[in-house]
Design a binder for this molecule. Structure first.
Ligand SMILES: Cc1cc2nc3c(=O)[nH]c(=O)nc-3n(C[C@H](O)[C@H](O)[C@H](O)COP(=O)(O)OP(=O)(O)OC[C@H]3O[C@@H](n4cnc5c(N)ncnc54)[C@H](O)[C@@H]3O)c2cc1C
Length: 452
């Protein structure tokens, strides 16, 4: 039996290791356009200590380690580009502490967003976390490792801004804690200790997040989704500026898509309103519609599309069926809100050129401090030409993000290289130093954020 396989079975037990081709096959792909990459082993640890032992062994053997959560980025970020061990973290899914009064939860990083939501519904229905629009199997750790954002992005920003503490296994195997938990206190704050934030946005290439303290927020009793519609895309930045001034919405998403045909070239703003009483709901609705949106209606340039929809969110995943093959991948970006019109127009052009119905979406982050703008491209998995069209469209869109002055979010390796080619040389060298210091053998998710 080979040495690495044997070491892995000793650490996590035989049932949780595999080197069987049919199981490696399922870990060689994600849902996007990336070509398959096979690992040599898959291991599913249960504790941070097991993760630490695996990483120490991998350092000795100079074998790559790729942390995997839900594998839902679509951008190939958890595919083993240099083979090695895929660490499937989904067994590390315990909810360790729910502190209702201080509004935080301590949770293992392999727990899914769906699990946390279900737990809160049951045990603390007056609290919520910022849930991404991703499938519920997406994990807390995977989302933080790429600076994800969820449905509380408008009031509270990125999910990675909602941390009270972190436990990380370093690439050399040490288990480190950051925040008040590092000095033995409760996991209630990350500040005011020195900033050691070297793990968010790195795609697991600087360490494996094993525990997280995540802030929770009030979950109001009533919620509704209203939709405001305009034809002229140049109005969207103004409308979003007005809506973020009143700050009455919980979530604000502007979107447009070619399908269904009646929606083509219309721009929808989904406005999520929540409240603890009918009066609070009515007050917020009045602030939004009577005070901020009525002038667009009076001028004949805007209309109410729908009111009080049951929290139906714009779902980019619906576009997966546009090509009848069940495939889609999107480029995400962090953009100034003012860029919406150009993002939409240029994105629709790219889609038309590649014969893909366009789907675009911009979620407001903070008080219009930025938006996560995405361009989604559907493809038919069974048709190589269709996949290639989507791939080309994705690459063109990465270039477009840079041209429009944005930053690619959760970039695939192509996008990472594009970003690093524009990066200030001192920053790039700093990234290289940090990676070399933390990961001297270059074993952690190699190929990601790799400075030449
Ligand atoms: C339909 C759809 C909608 C989406 N909507 C959103 C959205 O609204 N907001 C949003 O933020 N995202 C969204 N996403 C993108 C993505 O699915 C999520 O960000 C998801 O939370 C990523 O988590 P994951 O567990 O799937 O990560 P994975 O894909 O497993 O991993 C992501 C990266 O992090 C690394 N990693 C994984 N776990 C760890 C860990 N514990 N420690 C260190 N590194 C780790 C991996 O190696 C990889 O590089 C969407 C995706 C889809 C398919």
């Amino acid at each position: 039996m080979d040495k690495i396989y044997s070491a892995l079975t000793q650490i996590v037990g035989e049932d949780y290791v595999s080197n069987r081709p049919e199981e490696l096959f399922t870990y060689s792909k994600d849902l996007g356009t990336s070509p398959p990459q096979f690992p040599e082993y898959v291991a599913a640890p249960r504790t941070a200590e097991e993760v630490s032992r695996i990483v120490r062994m991998a350092n000795q053997e100079k074998v790559a380690v790729v942390p995997l959560g839900g594998g839902m980025t679509l951008a190939g970020l958890a595919l083993p580009l240099r083979g090695g061990i895929v660490l499937d973290l989904k067994r590390m899914d315990r909810i360790i502490e729910l502190n209702e009064k201080a509004r935080y939860v301590v949770i293992e990083a392999g727990a899914s967003h769906g699990k946390l939501t279900a737990h809160l519904h049951k045990h603390a229905p007056h609290l919520m976390h910022s849930e991404p629009g991703a499938p519920p199997a997406a994990t807390i750790g995977g989302n933080l490792a790429i600076h994800g954002q969820g449905d509380l992005a408008h009031p509270y920003g990125f999910n990675s801004d909602m941390l009270n503490g972190l436990e990380v296994v370093l690439p050399t195997g040490e288990i480190c804690r950051f925040g008040s938990c590092a000095i033995g206190c409760a996991w209630y704050t990350l500040h005011p200790l020195p900033d050691l934030g070297l793990f968010l946005g790195w795609n697991g290439s600087t360490g494996i997040i094993t525990k997280v303290s995540l802030r929770l927020f009030p979950c109001k009793k009533f919620r509704e989704m209203d939709i405001f519609v305009v034809e002229d895309e140049t109005l969207i930045p103004d409308v979003l500026f007005a809506l973020t001034h009143v700050g009455m919405a919980e979530d604000l998403v502007a979107w447009s898509s070619a399908i269904p045909p009646f929606a083509n070239e219309l721009h929808h703003i989904s406005i999520n309103i929540t409240g603890d009483s009918k009066e609070e709901m009515e007050f917020k609705r009045r602030q939004i519609f009577d005070i901020k949106l009525s002038k667009y209606i009076r001028d004949g340039v805007g209309a109410i599309g729908a009111v009080a929809q049951p929290s139906e969110r714009p779902q980019i995943s619906k576009s997966a069926d546009w090509k009848k093959g069940g495939g889609f991948e999107y480029v995400g970006s962090i953009m100034p809100v003012a860029a919406y019109p150009e993002c939409y127009r240029r994105g629709a052009e790219i889609s038309t050129r590649h014969d893909i119905p366009y789907t675009v979406l911009g979620r407001v982050i903070g008080a219009a401090h930025g938006m996560m703008f995405s361009w989604s491209y559907a493809f038919n998995r069974a048709d190589d030409r269709s996949v290639q069209h989507a791939r080309d469209a994705l690459h063109e869109t990465d270039d477009l993000v840079m041209e429009l002055g944005g930053t690619i979010w959760k970039p695939a390796v192509f996008g990472q290289q594009l970003l690093m080619s524009r990066m200030d040389p001192n920053t790039l060298q700093m990234m290289k130093k940090v990676k070399t210091m933390l990961d001297p053998n270059g074993i952690m998710n190699p190929g990601n954020w790799e400075v030449a």
